[in-house]
Design a protein around this ligand. Structure first.
Ligand code: SF4
Ligand code: SF4
Length: 484
């Protein structure tokens, strides 16, 4: 007989448990300096580029209504989709290459989530103090000091988030016009919406969600393990050297150096380390500073974890501790799983080299194609109503429409030539046309062959040559039909 089990929701089985707030402790060292440099470089480009002009136009502007992208002096049209696909391929292979080489470099130094969170953390420290002071402030009852400090933090966060939203929209609308619209309160509904949306996303992600975006929302954290192998550089704790961890008195030498010291306790297989006065302890003094500095709140001593964004803060923190103790640096370091086991390390392995070669070829091809790009596209559309027409004098005519897109930022005068084995003449239309900068012109064209000179399908080439720049030309192939 089936028994019905009553459904109970017990507090400990709740489907949702809110995450405890992480208060990352400030640290200093080479990786912190690298991260700060990355923040200034990347955010510097983001906030500065829309304000820079090139040839009287915004240096980077994605003009969606006009369907033109202005990037560093080039104008890209929807027809230039090829370059976008090249960029996406380069981004994908960069990710493969850097992940196979040194793990989550992207996450630690270049991901927008990391970069903006870093700035929000700085603002939090300026207004609410260091880790310890922030914890104390959060635990304290509301007071005038707490209101002042928290208010100042919110003011900085909101201002920075709104400025970020404004800058983001400034990549799609000329930013000087946008700032005038802000000052005169004449922003359009869409501009207002996107400034608010992007500002809110920045505020929420960098101010509150922080490491939860990396842990629960980012797909890269889940599949990056597939790109790792035993020779990938990762940030790791040297368990052999660090364990057994524990506090100790000052002046106790490192496990790496104690054998070389006079009166050092003998450590060999016959005399277990645990029997010696202090050498039972490895180099980890269990100060937990590596955990306190971690922005995702994990303990790297528990091994490689998907939550680790490879920021290197724990390396800096532990190196500082080792320096104070007079121990060698590198208890937490970049190493490979093979290296940690004392096996040969081979970082530049075939897989990495193959990714590097593909990446170099892609970058080279992209730069070459951009440098050689001709700012002219010609589409030839045949008359859909008839394959050919019989002219009054018995000749055969084919009608076309030429669509000329002058992608250059200056006017061009073009000459139209027909390359064919047939004796083709121009029956209607012009063989010269002027197209203003960034304009599209449609030109009807009728080609004619004398009676009896063309049968069936004949391949022809239409060449459009700029008369003011020999390097600007476009050749389009099409067909000339005659009676079958
Ligand atoms: S910072 Fe270094 S010494 Fe301190 S707990 Fe972490 S690993 Fe151990
Ligand atoms: S364990 Fe934490 S502090 Fe160390 S690299 Fe990973 S995310 Fe950074």
């Amino acid at each position: 007989m089936n028994k019905t089990i009553p459904l109970q929701v017990v507090a400990s089985d709740a489907l949702y448990a809110s995450e405890a707030k992480i208060y990352p402790r400030e640290t200093s060292g080479i990786f912190q300096r690298l991260r700060t440099a990355a923040v200034f470089w990347l955010l510097g480009m983001f906030y500065l580029f829309p304000w820079l002009n090139w040839q009287g136009r915004q240096l980077v502007l994605f003009d969606l209504p006009a369907r033109k992208f202005y990037v560093l002096g080039w104008v890209f049209w929807p027809q230039d989709f090829f370059y976008l696909s090249m960029l996406l391929m380069m981004a994908a292979f960069s990710l493969f290459f850097f992940t196979a080489l040194a793990g989550r470099l992207w996450c630690g130094y270049a991901c927008p989530q990391t970069v903006w969170t870093e700035v929000f953390l700085w603002m939090e420290r300026w207004t609410c103090g260091n880790r310890h002071q922030q914890m104390k402030l959060d635990a304290a009852p509301w007071s005038s000091e707490k209101v002042l400090r928290k208010g100042a933090k919110q003011l900085l966060w909101v201002t920075f988030a709104v400025w970020t939203g404004f800058t983001f929209v400034g990549f799609f609308t000329p930013i000087r016009e946008l700032s005038t619209a802000v000052m005169t309160a004449t922003l359009s509904g869409w501009q207002l919406f996107w400034i608010g949306f992007y500002g809110l996303a920045t505020y929420g992600n960098a101010g509150y969600l922080r490491e939860q975006v990396c842990k629960y929302m980012c797909p890269y954290a889940r599949f990056q393990g597939a790109m790792f192998d035993r020779q990938t550089l990762i940030i790791a704790y040297d368990e052999k050297r660090g364990e057994a961890r524990g506090a100790r008195g000052r002046g106790v030498p490192s496990v790496l150096t104690r054998d070389a010291l006079p009166n050092a306790p003998v450590v060999d297989a016959a005399v277990p380390r645990l029997s010696a006065p202090e050498p039972a302890l490895g180099d980890c003094i269990d100060c937990t500073i590596c955990v306190q500095v971690c922005p995702t709140g994990i303990d790297i001593r528990d091994g490689l974890q998907y939550e680790c964004i490879a920021c290197g803060a724990c390396i800096d923190a532990c190196d500082n501790v080792m320096d104070k103790l007079g121990y060698p640096r590198g208890l937490i370091r970049y190493d490979t799983l093979a290296g940690l086991e004392g096996k040969p390390v081979s970082v530049l392995r075939p897989r990495v080299l193959i990714y590097a070669v593909i990446l170099l070829v892609l970058v080279g091809a992209f730069l070459w194609s951009v440098a050689e790009r001709v700012p002219l596209i010609v589409d030839v559309l045949r008359d859909r109503n008839a394959l050919y027409r019989n002219a009054a004098d018995g000749g055969i005519e084919n009608a076309y429409t030429l669509k000329l897109m002058n992608q250059d930022q200056r006017t061009h005068h073009y000459r139209i030539q027909i390359e064919s084995a047939l004796p083709i003449t121009l029956a209607a239309g012009a063989d010269r046309v002027t197209v203003a900068a960034e304009q599209v012109v449609e030109l009807p064209l009728t080609l004619k062959v004398a009676a009896g000179q063309a049968k069936g399908v004949n391949g022809i080439r239409i060449r459009v040559q700029s008369e003011d720049d020999a390097a600007v030309f476009y050749v389009q192939e099409t067909r000339f039909f005659g009676p079958f």
